[in-house]
Design a protein around this ligand. Structure first.
Ligand code: AQP
Length: 323
């Protein structure tokens, strides 16, 4: 059984990525799982090439530092030739209407105006289908926002299999067990985001302890002065309680009982986050300072993922009458 998950280098990794995804992958994943840095997905909107390269490297280091086995990781663009070929086959099996009705496309292209949007923004769900189908993933854990993309991958796999011949595993979308949805400390109405330009409410994995403390101290709460876990009425406070709960393994309500002031709670959240992130940050820095180790992990991951997908791609090309 293969489960496939990814993280996009659209910015520096933050505590939401860590508590909500990467730490769980490391702790709860199984040996057959695959994790990749989806750098090609970070190109659908304007981006900076050197920054993309550096962030892809940083995220690969984060996966390893969090405890994911090096033989389970790879970087997407290391498979760009295979993925490019498979994406084309799948694009030729995908209708314009199917791609254009993806909610994410409508949301993101809506902001820019559809005609100005990059074609890659329209077609990246097909690239995502290629990511999944090339590796023969059985399951793809996704949040609500990505479920539609896995549906597309299922539809394309079925269509290709029935039109040209059986080659692809039809994947399922699985909903991961509820995880902390970490919200922005400065704006608890929004989730913590990598690509946010204003970083005051985003705690990055690589932030030093002083910075973490400063951001937590400035976290928006409320003027009610009630130390209770009430996410609807007190979202900022609830976010802090959830973060502390995720770091201590307790329930947010239980955490709330231990404090009598917002300031003390913030101190405790800052302490817990600093300790939670310290070993990860140290290991990420170590990996970034030792390019050889990270290069070796990356190169081995590329070979494994390429080999894993090559027979499927060869069969698909043959069945499609090309190559
Ligand atoms: N705030 C969050 N709380 C909990 N989990 C989160 N994830 C992202 N933000 C939070 C989870 O991290 C994994 C990798 O995320 P992604 O690279 O697919 O990025 P994303 O979901 O689009 O959100 P980001 O990290 O904030 O990036 P941008 O700014 O580009 O949207 C996923 O499992 C995700 O659920």
């Amino acid at each position: 059984m293969t489960r496939l998950s990814a993280i996009t280098p659209s910015g520096h990794a933050h505590v939401g990525n860590y508590l909500g995804a990467v730490r769980r992958w490391a702790r709860e994943g199984s040996a057959g799982d695959l994790y990749f840095v989806s750098d090609l997905h970070a190109m659908t909107t304007p981006y900076h090439p050197q920054r993309l390269r550096a962030r892809a490297r940083e995220l690969l280091a984060v996966l390893i530092a969090a405890g994911i086995e090096p033989d389970q990781v790879f970087v997407q663009s290391d498979l760009i030739r295979q993925l490019g070929a498979l994406t084309w086959l799948l694009e030729c099996a995908c209708s314009f209407g199917e791609a254009a009705r993806m909610t994410q496309f409508k949301d993101k292209a809506g902001a820019e105006g559809r005609t100005a949007a990059r074609v890659g923004l329209l077609t990246y769900p097909v690239l995502m289908a290629a990511d999944i189908l090339l590796q023969g993933a059985d399951e793809v854990p996704v949040g609500d926002d990505q479920e539609q993309h896995v549906e597309l991958a299922r539809a394309l796999a079925r269509r290709f299999n029935s039109t040209y011949g059986e080659v692809f595993v039809v994947p399922s979308a699985v909903t991961p067990a509820a995880a902390a949805r970490v919200r922005d400390l400065a704006d608890p109405a929004r989730k913590m985001d990598k690509s946010r330009s204003d970083a005051v409410g985003v705690v990055y994995i690589l932030d030093d302890p002083d910075m973490v403390r400063r951001k937590v101290k400035r976290a928006v709460t409320d003027s009610l002065g009630r130390l209770e876990y009430r996410p609807d009425e007190q979202p900022g406070l609830a976010n802090l309680l959830e973060i502390l709960a995720a770091c201590t393994g307790k329930a947010p309500r239980e955490v709330a009982d231990g404090f009598d002031s917002y300031d003390r709670l913030k101190e405790a959240v800052a302490d817990a986050l600093i300790e939670e992130l310290r070993p990860i940050r140290d290991r990420v820095r170590g990996l970034l300072d030792d390019p050889l180790e990270l290069d070796n992990i990356r190169a081995a991951g590329a070979v494994r993922a390429t080999e894993r997908g090559s027979h499927r791609l060869e069969s698909a090309l043959r069945l499609a009458g090309v190559g």
